[in-house]
Design a protein around this ligand. Structure first.
Ligand code: NDP
Ligand code: HSE
Length: 436
C-alpha cells in the first residue's frame, strides 16, 4: 500500500458507487481513525463520464474502461460496483492478477463465479470483501464468518431481497398493485438492473448461496438452489394467509440435515407473531440458528445507497487493517479454511421437509373432502387444519394446512388430486415454516 494513503479504484458510480463515494467523503476522518490510514478514491470507471465528473470533481481520474482502471499501478484496492457477471468477472479477475485486493457488492458475480474468484485471490494472498453483497447494510457476513464461529449452524432463514419485501408489504398494507410497488422500488434504487432477478427470487438465491457457504463450509453452488419468486403469488393467498394467522414473505432458507443441505428460496407462510413476519418495506432480516448460541436475528436496511455503502466501506477498512497480516492468518473468505471445505450434497427439492398450504377449487358435493383427505393420508401427509369457503352456488375453495411432510410426497398427492373430476382449479401450493 502507498504509505498512509490507501488508494481505491471504483468500478461503477451508480446507487452503491455514489453512496460509497459520499460515505468515504463525509466520514473521512472517522474512517481514517478506525482504519489507521486515509482511504481515498483516486480512479473511477463509468459509462457516463460527464455525470461522474459532476459528482466527484476534477481531481479523480475517470475512464470508461474498467480494464484500464484495474491495471493502474497506483491502486491498492478495486471496488467492483457495476453489477452483472461478465465485465465484472473479467475486471475482478484481472484486478486479482494485478495484485489488487477486491471489494464487491455483487452477489450475482460471487454466486456464479465465487469459487474461481476466491481460488485466484487465495493463490495470490489477496482479500475479497463482500459484506455488501448480502443484505445490504446488515453485517451478516461478518456475523456468520466471525461472530458465530464457535457454532455448528443448523439453519438460517432470511428476508434478503428488499425489492420483493417492499412489494409484498405495499400490496398487503396499502393495497398497491404489484406493478406500482415494483416501479416505486426501482425509483428508490432497491431493484436490480434487471428487476426480474428480484421478482423471480434469483437475487435472493444468489445471496442465500453465499450464506449457505459461510454457514456450512461448502463451495458456492447457485445452480443447485431451488428458486421461486413472487410473480405468481395470488392476492387471495395473501388474504387467506392473514386469516389463518400467517404472513407471506419471500424467504431464503438453508438447513443442515444429516442427508444433506436444503437450499431454497420461495414465498413462505410465517406465523404472524414471528419477528420475520413483521419485517416490512425494503428492510431485510436474517435469523440464524447455531447449536451453542441458539437463535440470533440480524435486521436492517437491505438495499439503497448509503446502507449498502456502509458495508462496502466496512470491507475497505477491514482490507486496509489486514493488508499487513500474513494471508494464512486472515479470516477465510467463506469462514472455513479452504482445505476444510466439505462437499455435503445439496438436497433435491423433493427431499425437503416443510409444512404446506394447499388451495384448490372443487365442486361442493358429498364425498369431495373425503376423497381429498384419503389422497393426502395415502401420501403420508397429515392435515393440520382446513377451511372451506363457498364460491358461487356449486363450488367451494378448500384450504389445507399440513403438518410437516416430504415435498416429493406432496408433489405426488397434488398430481393425484389434479386428476379428480370434481377439482376445478390448479392446486396452489405454498410452504409454511414455523421458524422455531
Ligand atoms: P447502478 O446501475 O446504480 O450503477 C452501476 C454503475 O456501474 C454505474 O455507475 C454505471 O455507469 C457503471 N457501469 C455499468 N456498466 C458499466 C460498463 N460497462 N463500464 C463502465 N461502467 C459501467 O447499480 P447499483 O449501484 O444499484 O448496483 C451495483 C452493484 O451493487 C450490483 O452488483 C448490485 O447487485 C449490488 N447491490 C446493489 C444494491 C442496491 O441497493 N442498489 C444493494 C446491494 C448490492 P453509468 O453511471 O455511467 O451508467
Ligand atoms: N435488489 C436488491 C434488493 C438490492 O432488492 O434487495 C440489494 O441487494
Amino acid at each position: 500500500m502507498s504509505g498512509s494513503l490507501v488508494r481505491v479504484g471504483l468500478l461503477g458510480l451508480g446507487v452503491v458507487g455514489g453512496g460509497t463515494w459520499k460515505v468515504l467523503a463525509r466520514n473521512a476522518e472517522e474512517i481514517a481513525r478506525r482504519a489507521g490510514h486515509h482511504i481515498k478514491v483516486v480512479a473511477i470507471a463509468v459509462r457516463d463520464v460527464e455525470k461522474a465528473r459532476k459528482l466527484v470533481g476534477p481531481d479523480v481520474f475517470i475512464t470508461r474502461d474498467g480494464m484500464e482502471l484495474v491495471r493502474r499501478p497506483d491502486i491498492d484496492i478495486v471496488v467492483e460496483l457495476i453489477g452483472g457477471d461478465t465485465l465484472a468477472r473479467e475486471w475482478v479477475m484481472e484486478a486479482l492478477r494485478q495484485g489488487k485486493h477486491v471489494v464487491t457488492a455483487n452477489k450475482a458475480l460471487l454466486a456464479m463465479h465465487g469459487n474461481e474468484i476466491f481460488a485466484l485471490a487465495s493463490s495470490r494472498g489477496l482479500m475479497v470483501g463482500f459484506e455488501a453483497a448480502v443484505a445490504g447494510g446488515i453485517p451478516i457476513v461478518k456475523a456468520i464468518r466471525e461472530g458465530l464461529t464457535a457454532n455448528r449452524i443448523q439453519w438460517l432463514a432470511g428476508i434478503i431481497n428488499g425489492t420483493t419485501n417492499f412489494i409484498l408489504s405495499e400490496m398487503r398494507s396499502r393495497g398497491v398493485s404489484f406493478a406500482e410497488a415494483l416501479s416505486d422500488a426501482q425509483r428508490l434504487g432497491y431493484a436490480e438492473t434487471d428487476p426480474t432477478f428480484d421478482v423471480e427470487g434469483v437475487d435472493a438465491a444468489h445471496k442465500l448461496t453465499l450464506l449457505a457457504s459461510l454457514a456450512f463450509g461448502i463451495p458456492v453452488q447457485f445452480d443447485k438452489a431451488h428458486v421461486e419468486g413472487i410473480s405468481d403469488l395470488a392476492s387471495e393467498d395473501i388474504a387467506h394467509a392473514e386469516r389463518l394467522g400467517y404472513r407471506i414473505k419471500l424467504l431464503g432458507i438453508t438447513r443442515y440435515r444429516k442427508e444433506g443441505i436444503e437450499l431454497r428460496v420461495h414465498p413462505t407462510l410465517i406465523p404472524v407473531e414471528r419477528v420475520l413476519a413483521n419485517v416490512e418495506g425494503a428492510m431485510n432480516a436474517v435469523q440464524v440458528y447455531g447449536d451453542a448460541v441458539g437463535g440470533t436475528l440480524y435486521y436492517g436496511q437491505g438495499a439503497g445507497e448509503l446502507p449498502t455503502a456502509s458495508a462496502v466501506v466496512a470491507d475497505l477498512v477491514d482490507v486496509t487493517r489486514l493488508q499487513a497480516a500474513d494471508p494464512e492468518h486472515r479470516v477465510p473468505y467463506l469462514a472455513f479454511q479452504p482445505d476444510a471445505m466439505v462437499n455435503t450434497p445439496i438436497l433435491p427439492m423433493s427431499d425437503v421437509i416443510s409444512s404446506y398450504y394447499l388451495r384448490l377449487r372443487v365442486e361442493d358435493r358429498p364425498g369431495v373432502l373425503a376423497d381429498l383427505a384419503r389422497i393426502l393420508a395415502d401420501s403420508d401427509i397429515s392435515i393440520g387444519s382446513m377451511f372451506q369457503e363457498p364460491h358461487g352456488v356449486n363450488d367451494a375453495d378448500i384450504i389445507f394446512l399440513s403438518h410437516q411432510a416430504r415435498e416429493g410426497d406432496v408433489d405426488r398427492a397434488i398430481q393425484k388430486i389434479q386428476t379428480l373430476p370434481f377439482v376445478k382449479s390448479k392446486v396452489t401450493r405454498l410452504r409454511v415454516e414455523s421458524l422455531l
